[in-house]
Structures are given as C-alpha cells and as structure tokens.
Design a protein around this ligand. Structure first.
Ligand code: COA
Length: 258
C-alpha cells in the first residue's frame, strides 16, 4: 500500500513505520491518522512481522501533536468526535495490537505525539527529545488518551504537573519518571530499537500476544486482570509455540517459533 504521510519498510521480521511530515514536525492530521491505522492493521495481519518500530522523520520531531490547523474551528460535537474517532482508529488500536510496537522518540513528542508514543507498548528516546501534553495552553485537554495513559506511566502527581503546567520535560526527566525505558543519542536510537526488537523476535509471538492482552487488562475498567491472565495462560497450552518452546528447552536447543 502507498501512503502520503508515512513510510513503511520491513527488514526481516521488523517493520519500521516513519511519520513523514517533517515540515509540519510530523503533526497528526486526519489523513496521517487513517494511514497509520491502515499500516498498523496491515503489519499486524502479516505473520512475518513480529515487531513494529514507530518513529518520526527528520531530526527534530517524533510528532509535535495533533494538527492544530484541522481542529481550530471545531464545535463541541466535532471536538468529541475527533477524540472518539482518533482513540478508536489509532491509539486504542495500537495499544491492543497483537504485534508489539516500540516508540522511538527522536525529538518533540507533544500532545497527540506523546499520546501516540504512550499507546505503543513501550518507549525509548533520544537525548534531544522533549515530551509534554501542552493542550491546556490551547484551551483544550489531551483527547487521545493522554489523561489516562500518562498517570498510568508516571503516576498521578507528575501527570497532573505535566498536564496542568503544559510544560515539556527532557528525555532524562522522562527516563527518571518511567515515561521512557532508555535514552540514547539520536544516532543510536534506531539501533537500540532494533536490538530490543531482535530480542522480542526470539520469543513466541502467540505468547507475546497473550502477554499484551493480560498486561493491558490491568488498566481496563471492569476487567479482572487476574482472570484474563488465567484465560490467556491456559490458551498458551493449546499452541504450537508452547509445544515448541517446552520441547526445545527439554532437548537443550533454541526454540524456533513459526
Ligand atoms: N499542528 C500543526 N502544525 C504544527 C504543529 C501542530 N501540532 N506543530 C508544529 N507545526 C508546524 C508549524 O505550524 C510550522 O509550520 P509552518 O512552517 O508552515 O509555519 C512547522 O510545523 C514548524 O514548527 P515551528 O513552530 O516553526 O517550529 P519551532 O522549532 O519554532 O517550534 C514546537 C517547535 C514544537 C515548540 C512548536 O512547533 C509547537 O509548539 N508546536 C505545537 C505543539 C502543540 O501544542 N501540540 C499539541 C497539539 S494538541
């Protein structure tokens, strides 16, 4: 599939999706959100792809937010629809994907950009990255899950501070507050993402999909995560991956997951 605003490449079992609007600091307009949805849906269906890396083009921004020019004149109903549709199409969609997604934050990750990174399964950042949810400075609040996912990652107090001050934090601050897992130089960022992806690839894709479901269940209202874990754990016993993983261990060889 060809896209106007994103680039998708694959190398062995790793897909890299690059948001490619550098002149607009990779801001998320409607078309980009739809294209990202399509690309994620496509890679998730492709059983050869085992990990996705998401990053921004250029050396300045991951994503500088939702495209402000598209919603500046929206009314109440349009605003609510923007948030609902975006969450369903992209942010919740990525979080619940079976294929793990690593956000490689290579510069500004602001507003919808940080929300996008937070919907990925985990995040790494370059040392020049700056992160924040500046929406209240525009008279609006984070609408792509930011008020929910930021407190999950950094705790309520830090999330309140970040959202209410609309300020940006450095990569180092983000690391200390567990918003990102690693910080490296910009040159090393994709290398690290690929190194982490290579470790994931060694493991059972079916077990990984189950682990994502069970971990996410911890953060869903009205869902008992322990029960989801029991069900997902049980399901694993019926898979070829389980047979291969345990047999390989007993035969003292490396498992090969199909
Ligand atoms: N939506 C639409 N366009 C955006 C954008 C966004 N969220 N963020 C940046 N851009 C555009 C700018 O309008 C500018 O376009 P232009 O050259 O056609 O005027 C271009 O990207 C470059 O941005 P600029 O502001 O000139 O870069 P800078 O280095 O001076 O500042 C930022 C960088 C990130 C501090 C600044 O762009 C900014 O504050 N962006 C908005 C961040 C935000 O509030 N995001 C949350 C949205 S809900």
């Amino acid at each position: 599939m060809s896209y106007n605003n994103i680039l998708v490449t694959t190398d062995k079992s790793i897909a890299t999706i690059v948001i490619n609007r550098p002149k607009k600091l990779n801001a998320l307009n409607r078309e980009t959100i739809q294209e990202l949805h399509n690309a994620f849906a496509e890679v998730d269906l492709d059983k050869n792809i085992r990990v996705v890396i998401l990053t921004g083009s250029g050396d300045k921004a991951f994503v500088a937010g939702a495209d402000i020019s598209e919603f500046a004149y929206f009314d109440v109903v349009e605003g609510a629809n923007l948030s609902k549709k975006g969450q369903e199409l992209l942010f919740d969609f990525i979080e619940n994907l079976s294929t793990p997604v690593i956000a490689a934050i290579n510069g500004f990750a602001l507003g919808g950009g940080l929300e996008l990174a937070m919907s990925c399964h985990f995040r790494i950042a370059s040392d020049n990255a700056k992160m924040g949810l500046p929406e209240v400075s525009l008279g609006v609040i984070p609408g792509y899950g930011g008020t929910q996912r930021l407190p999950q990652l950094v705790g309520k107090g830090k999330a309140m501070e970040m959202i209410l001050t609309a300020g940006m934090i450095s990569a180092e601050d983000a690391l200390q507050n567990r918003l990102v897992n690693h910080v490296v130089s910009q040159e090393e960022l994709l290398l690290l993402a690929k190194k982490l992806a290579s470790k994931i690839i060694n493991n059972s894709p079916l077990a990984i999909a189950s682990a994502i479901k069970a971990i996410n269940a911890n953060f869903k209202d009205g869902v008992n995560g322990y029960q989801v874990e029991i069900a997902q754990f049980g399901n694993c016993f019926g898979t070829e991956d389980f047979e291969e993983g345990t047999t390989a261990f007993l035969e003292k060889r490396k498992a090969i997951f199909k």
